[in-house]
Write a protein that binds this ligand. Structure first.
Ligand code: AMP
Length: 542
């Protein structure tokens, strides 16, 4: 017997319809490429998304055709999020931090038909458009009078002229909720990048999960700032979850430095901000140097790479801001876990609570996790056994776009490439990327643990641990360190700093001071590039 409930496809267009009707006056504030602060509302975003939909229909695109963006976080990008997917086309967010050759490769692989870009990326488009073989329409995200002349880009139009002339009425089509809605290529540290292709259904279910109190906790009383870019994994799904709940959104646009982020948080009364550790490191350095405090910020969601313990305590103890450590991947839409304490943890000492907060968190409903050993045998959830982390659920990929790389699944589970423990309460802790684990004398050393200790030293701004070949131990860890401006620490002092904080054999053999750690297009440390930089390095003990 079937249930007698109405059947309705879960479609992204319903989010902006809802936000318009129920939270029409909630604000969307954006720092623009032009430099000014722009204010709009869900009502206006909804109206303009419909104009985008009409404009796209006029371009004679097929259902599921890809419409690419190369843009910062801002209201126009948000309009494209709803306008493109709402019509049944696929929003393809390109990452402007990639090398132009990679942008070309990805745009051609995705067979993008339209490219909408912020003017700051005009030089990239000028350099690559002749090699982007499928793109027929170029739209600059600017006012008509800001459109530069003589760009050499055929048929270039301004966004405002392109969509502004269209009617603001539009009936969103209904179609299968399993249809593709958006796509994002993985960071691709090895080989060519592969694309995760999200569906309307997966995006909607993920948005429900993101909004839950024990994940990122969104509501109509919230003011959130996604610092995490809309060009990578849909800004962790926040634009959808915000429309679902009517939260005010504040977009930092291109101004991603510590000072600008801090000032925007203060000016707009942001309560919750989400981003990768490198962004927060810049902001905390700025605040420390200028003796600043927060007046409104209550929570930061930190993910994308491991959040150093020192960052959690600085936010918590110095500024009274709760850190929600979260973990996920492009292939997971991205949210997998978030670290929120259970009520039984609240009575614990701050030190005991910290041990929990450091973990990547509990799985949210919809994400199944398991850890397995080298033979694929499931390991216990005892917080000690570590193994390869596998996940499954309705917002986790089943295949990559165009079947690249063959089926990624193992018995229906997606191998994340992370190595982790899971404790009896279900809190998962990443010990490493499987390719970054240091194998020393038959034991594993977590590069994250080594980095976290270095990062707790007051003179250290950033630390990256890599394994170096060793004739006896196979590999030994060394740590590359960037010092804070004006701070001093010696190799010997830093090695001594590890004493008592970790097992003796896990203490790095050497410290190498560097000017910068290479970062990839999504703000993660690029250890492969660091290895290239240190290719002539010899271990003192080898
Ligand atoms: P991406 O697909 O670019 O978002 O990268 C996903 C990978 O980033 C994961 O598989 C992890 O290795 C890493 N990652 C994401 N969040 C965290 C976190 N909170 N702690 C440690 N690693 C993380």
């Amino acid at each position: 017997m079937l249930g007698l409930m109405q059947s309705q496809e879960l479609l992204i267009s319903s989010l902006i319809d809802f936000a318009e009707r129920h939270h029409g006056d909630a604000e969307i504030v954006s720092r623009r490429v032009e430099g000014d602060l722009h204010r709009t509302t869900y009502k206006d975003v909804a109206r303009r998304s419909r104009q985008v939909a009409n404009a796209l229909d006029r371009l004679d695109l097929a259902f599921s055709d890809r419409v690419a963006t190369l843009a910062w976080n801002g209201y126009r990008h948000l309009e494209l999020y709803f306008g493109v997917s709402g019509t049944g086309r696929v929003l393809h967010t390109l990452n402007p931090r990639l090398h132009p050759d990679q942008v070309v490769w990805i745009a051609n692989h995705a067979e993008d038909q339209v490219l909408c870009f912020d003017l700051s990326f005009l030089p990239i488009i000028k350099a690559v458009h002749a090699r982007c073989t499928t793109i027929k329409h170029y739209i600059a995200l600017c006012d008509a009078d800001a459109l530069p002349a003589d760009t050499g880009i055929p048929g270039l139009q301004s966004y405002e002229a392109w969509m502004g002339a269209q009617p603001s009425t539009y009936t969103w089509p209904s179609f299968d909720e399993n249809s593709a809605s958006s796509m994002c290529y993985t960071s691709g540290t090895t080989g060519n990048p592969k694309a995760a292709l999200y569906s309307h259904r997966s995006t909607m279910l993920h948005a429900f999960a993101v909004a839950l109190p024990d994940s990122l906790s969104l509501s109509a009383r919230e003011c959130i700032m996604p610092v995490v870019p809309m060009f990578h994994v849909n800004a962790w799904g926040l634009p959808y979850a915000a429309a679902m709940t009517g939260a005010k959104m504040v977009f930092p646009g291109p101004a991603m430095d510590g000072k600008s982020i801090y000032e925007l948080i203060e000016a707009e009364g942001v309560l919750c901000a989400a981003g990768v550790p490198t962004i927060w490191q810049m902001m905390l350095t700025h605040m420390e140097a200028n003796g600043l405090r927060f007046n409104t910020l209550k929570r930061t969601v930190i993910g994308g790479s491991a959040c150093p313990p020192a960052m959690i305590s600085t936010f918590n103890e110095k500024y009274g801001v709760e850190v929600i450590h979260a973990w996920g991947m492009t292939e997971m839409s991205p949210l997998g876990t978030s670290c929120i304490l259970k009520s039984k943890h609240l009575a614990m000492s701050a030190q005991e609570q910290m041990k929990v907060r450091l973990k990547q968190g509990r799985g949210i409903f919809g994400v199944d996790m398991k850890i397995v050993d080298a033979e694929g045998k499931e390991l216990p959830w005892d917080g000690k056994a570590y193994g390869d982390l596998l996940v499954k659920g309705p917002w986790i990929i089943s295949d990559y776009f165009k079947g690249e790389g063959g089926s990624p699944l193992v018995d229906g589970w997606f191998p994340t490439g992370d190595v982790a423990t899971i404790d009896p309460d279900g809190y998962m802790q990443i010990t490493d990327r499987s390719k970054d684990v240091i194998k020393s004398g038959g034991e594993w050393i977590s590069s994250i643990d080594v980095e976290n200790i270095a990062m707790a030293h007051p003179a250290v701004a950033m630390a990256a641990c890599i394994g170096m070949k060793h004739p006896k131990w196979d590999e030994r860890p060394i740590v590359a360190v960037v010092k804070k401006p004006g701070a001093e620490v010696t190799r010997e002092e830093l090695i001594a700093f590890y004493e008592g904080k970790t097992a003796k054999w896990q203490i790095p053999d050497d410290v190498v001071f560097v000017d910068a750690i290479p970062l990839g297009a999504t703000g993660k440390m690029m250890k492969t590039r660091l290895r290239d930089v240190l290719k002539d390095y010899k271990l003192p003990s080898a």
